[in-house]
Design a protein around this ligand. Structure first.
Ligand SMILES: [Zn+2]
Length: 50
């Protein structure tokens, strides 16, 4: 399972393979931020406004 870091709270977490795809949206399990995958290898997340 890919692991990544939340850009909002800075904590690491793992996401499902099928969510580790460009433009998939995930939420951080630590701070509930809405995040979008902007790179796949490694998985980089960016906060979604709104
Ligand atoms: Zn977070």
């Amino acid at each position: 399972m890919p692991s990544t870091t939340c850009p909002v709270c800075g904590k690491g977490f793992r996401i499902d393979e099928d969510q580790a795809l460009l433009y998939e949206q995930v939420s951080c399990p630590h701070c509930d931020a809405n995040l979008e995958v902007i790179d796949e290898s490694p998985v980089i997340l960016e906060e979604i406004d709104g």
